[in-house]
Design a protein around this ligand. Sequence first.
Ligand code: SIN
Length: 317
Amino acid sequence: MQSSSGLVVVVGTGGTIAGTAARAESHVGYTAGALGADALIAAVPALQGQALQTLTLARLDSRDMDHATWMALRACLAEQLARPEVAGVVVTHGTDTLEESAYFLHRTLAAPKPVVLTAAMRPATAPSPDGPQNLLDAVTLARTPGVRGVLALLGGQVLAGAELRKLHGYRVEAFGTGDAGPLALIEDGALRCFRPWPEAPLHPADPAGTPVDSWPVVDIVTSHAGVRGATLDALVAAGAAGVVIAGTGNGSVHHALRDAAVRAQAAGVRVWRASRCLQGGVVGGAVDAPAGELPSYGSLTPVQARIELLLDLLAAA
Ligand code: SIN
């Protein structure tokens, strides 16, 4: 596939990809988000002289990601995508909440051009960092004609933002897309496609109508051996408007939590279930589950389901 010479904008938000460690050999003791987007570009010789612009939106360790930064990122991306000279946008981000930002953007941003999220498991100062190759591949993808949608580029794999899951806490090969598999690979700068680019949601959700500090609270509680229903009761007492239960197996829920879910529903709180398993989701579940069953959003992970429930509550507000 031919690459055009279109402009790519690289938006930095922080993460290990922009992390620096005092000891170069350390892969864990570092400060995430220390470097701006321009420093990341400067470290990749193959990107020098390319049509690139950089913008550092945040320098977050993505464990501290929040709704206000999501909205700032969404607005920034919408503005960049609207520029006719921009072929696509790359977002550098921490790996820890990458799947949440990717899902939020997939659901709320019209992306007729590529929005490519990338990240790294090793800091920029590591002897063999994974960030520079990911960044190079992400820019290549963002500049490729015909590509669209919210995507992630990690380890040469092009993954749909809506399907992304972090599967490992340390290894460089940390991401997958459950049963779906990659959309494409980038091999030595060449794109090999397996599946069509993701269809944008017909009507992207627009959470901008409600100020972020008035967004409904949606929490997650995990079902596990010995779980206390009081945990869910406490979330409701603390103001949760929605709760996702990360259930066991195929989204099954401990009876103590089930009883608490019934109490929560009676108080007007929306309770959904998902699966805490790393792969798969809830087979046979439905959002419009009959009375007495907890609704589920099928293949969505608990953190994705939390975003979906949040958007649902915002739309109903
Ligand atoms: C982060 O998520 O910002 C830190 C961890 C990482 O990027 O791997």
